[in-house]
Design a protein around this ligand. Structure first.
Ligand code: FES
Length: 612
């Protein structure tokens, strides 16, 4: 078929228009048109999240579409990633397929840290410049730097030529920015502005940036955004596999992360009344896949045994080489990663929580598609990662969505009638169920005896809310007339299984680490990251997420990875501590662990309800 350049696809209700391209799916065209569609699987036709209604002569449905859409196919629904409209047409994007801005957790604990920044500022007072004796002027600069550096004086200074050229020939006041290794990053006349640092938590879904004054250690402003890589795959596995299929996609994803950090830096600096050119140092944490993609390393090895990272030690790189528009000689420090799925983010969490000094058995967990966990007591630290799957982020759940406006985040049920009350992010009518809402709903159903420990609906309680649906038994949380999408918001038997798989993975990881340490019980569970913070401890315990803990033993600790990045910003000692922590942590490999299958099966069970 010949494609006509006049053929256009119009995305509604946004009214965005884009020319048809040979072979381009509606998902690709949507991106070009600036229409953000949900695409959890990165466009592989596996997640069913990119549903649209296509009006026009569309390509025939694929087998994946037939399977995922079922009867909805006859109503004109299609998967945008599987569909082409070669002659153009109108595409209606339902609300549930539009990518929602996630509620981003930026809250961090305020921890004292030894102030010892890698980059410092010195205020010099130079005599008039001697044009015929540049060395003498240089000597004066270095002598003043020596004096101000004091104990931190490096073995030798390295002063690149450009900074000197900026000096006023009449001498006078000038400002030097120097790094612990003796390199002078800037030598500027007068008092040009602050010396700033940016701590970045580069998450799979969100990015948070914390701007600090390196002279005072003060946190000046915080900015956050969705990670734009989400459009290329919602989780790390889909992004890694996308990179394996098309190496150019890796560069594209790195570019997206860098642009996002540049934008956040500009915004954070504007809020502080300055510009990103005043940023001289940066710390960046993220899981191993985010770390590799950002640094331009191939993350392919993380997807196959032995799941080894390309590099694991701390990295120090010029910001310019990473595409960051900070001061021309700014640096970026990335703390060490421990393993393929235990990244610099867990090292930062360990730093923020001072994991070495924890004296009672404490499980630290960052829950997500990939659950990273640490068990710490009396200086011993074990860590592991476990593939929980996407349920905690609302993925693979029939009415699941991210923690964005419209998501049900809390649920309470009447134990007798199962009548629900729920809280929706941003208020208004519900659109879907995010991870914390899912856990809350199941916890309440378990407590009411409507879900058995094996994860089956109790058919004896069938009634207004518990009914037989098109794909088996389901619980109706909200009827179509009460939801913003007009569809019933239900929890299906399959959704229960998805949650069981996620919780079993966490439970098994925790149990095996306990067994390795010879611990009979855990005294505390600290939940790091967004999901853990929005999760009600009573609900976490209500589904038996962790072995043998009570709600009062569970607490959220905010964005602990971000807190660790902030701590490492003004402190070389904190960076050294992060390295020590990574060296000291013992990684427990769960893949192929002889006890894993049994622990996983045990972890599948929900606690017994009132009848149990
Ligand atoms: S099914 Fe289309 S993006 Fe996943």
């Amino acid at each position: 078929m010949t494609l006509n350049p006049d053929h256009k696809v119009v995305f509604q209700p946004m009214g965005r228009r884009v020319a048809v391209r040979p072979g381009a799916s509606l998902l690709e065209l949507a991106r070009e048109a600036g229409v953000e569609l949900e695409a959890a699987c990165g466009g592989k036709g596996l997640c069913g999240r990119c549903r649209v209604k296509a009006d026009g002569a569309a390509s025939p449905p694929s087998n994946m579409e037939r399977e995922l859409l079922g009867p909805a196919l006859a109503q004109g629904l299609r998967l945008a990633c599987q569909t082409e409209l070669p002659q153009g047409g109108v595409v209606w994007v339902p609300e549930e397929s539009r990518r929602q801005e996630q509620v981003i957790l930026t809250e961090i604990m305020d921890k004292p840290v030894s102030w010892d920044p890698a980059v410092r500022m010195a205020w010099l007072d130079l005599p008039p410049f001697q044009a015929d004796d540049p060395a003498a002027q240089l000597e004066r600069v270095l002598a003043q730097l020596d004096a101000q550096a004091g104990e931190r004086k490096p073995g030798a200074w390295s002063l690149p030529p450009e900074p000197l050229s900026g000096l006023d020939s009449r001498g006078g006041l000038c400002t030097a920015v120097w790094r612990f290794d003796g390199s002078v990053l800037a030598l500027e006349p007068g008092r040009p502005g602050p010396c700033l640092g940016l701590a970045v938590d580069l998450g799979t879904t969100t990015v948070a940036a914390y701007l600090c004054d390196l002279a005072s250690g003060k946190l000046l402003s915080v900015e956050a955004a969705m990670n734009p890589q989400v459009a290329m795959g919602e989780d790390v596995i889909s992004r890694i596999s996308r990179g394996q299929q098309n190496p150019e996609a890796l560069g594209e994803m790195a570019g997206l992360a860098r642009q996002c950090i540049n934008r956040l830096a500009t915004q954070a600096c504007a809020r502080a009344g300055t510009g990103a050119q005043r940023i001289f140092d940066c710390t960046l944490v993220g899981n191993t896949a985010m770390h590799h993609i950002f640094l331009g390393l191939d993350p392919g090895g993380l997807a196959r045994a032995p799941y080894a990272p390309v590099v694991s030690g701390a990295q120090d790189l010029p910001a310019r080489e990473l595409g960051l528009d900070f001061a021309p000689r700014a640096w970026v420090h990335v703390p060490p990663v421990k393993a393929g799925f235990v990244g610099a983010d867990l090292t930062a969490v360990a730093l923020a929580l001072d994991a070495e000094r924890i004296s009672e058995p404490t499980l630290i967990a960052d829950l997500g598609t990939n659950g990273e966990m640490m068990l710490a007591v009396d200086g011993a630290m074990l860590c592991c990662s476990t593939a929980a799957g996407p349920a905690f982020e609302g993925g693979h759940i029939s009415c699941g969505m991210r923690g964005a406006p419209g998501a049900v985040e809390r649920v309470r049920l009447s134990p007798e009638t199962l009548r629900p009350e729920f809280k929706v992010i941003g208020g208004g009518r519900p659109l879907g169920l995010c991870g914390s809402g899912l856990v809350a709903l199941v916890s309440q159903l378990v407590a009411a005896g409507a879900v058995s420990p094996e994860g089956r609906f109790n058919q004896a309680m069938a009634g207004e809310r518990l009914r037989k649906g098109p794909s088996g038994w389901e619980f109706v949380l909200a009827r179509g007339e009460e939801t913003s999408g007009g569809q019933d918001l239900v929890l299906t038997t399959k959704d229960l299984s998805e949650l069981q798989l996620a919780k079993a993975a966490m439970h098994a990881g925790a149990s095996l680490m306990m067994a390795h340490m010879g611990l009979g019980r855990i005294e505390r569970v600290l939940l790091a990251g967004a999901f853990g913070n929005y999760l009600d401890p009573a609900d976490a315990c209500g589904i038996g997420l962790f072995p043998g803990v009570k709600p009062e033993q569970v607490a959220g600790v905010g964005n602990a990875a971000g807190a660790g990045a902030v701590m490492a910003l003004p402190s070389l000692e904190a960076r050294a501590q992060a390295q020590r922590l990574a060296d000291k942590m013992v990684y427990v490999e769960l893949a192929g662990h002889p006890g894993f299958a049994e622990a996983f099966v045990r972890g599948m069970y929900f606690p017994r309800g009132p009848e149990g």
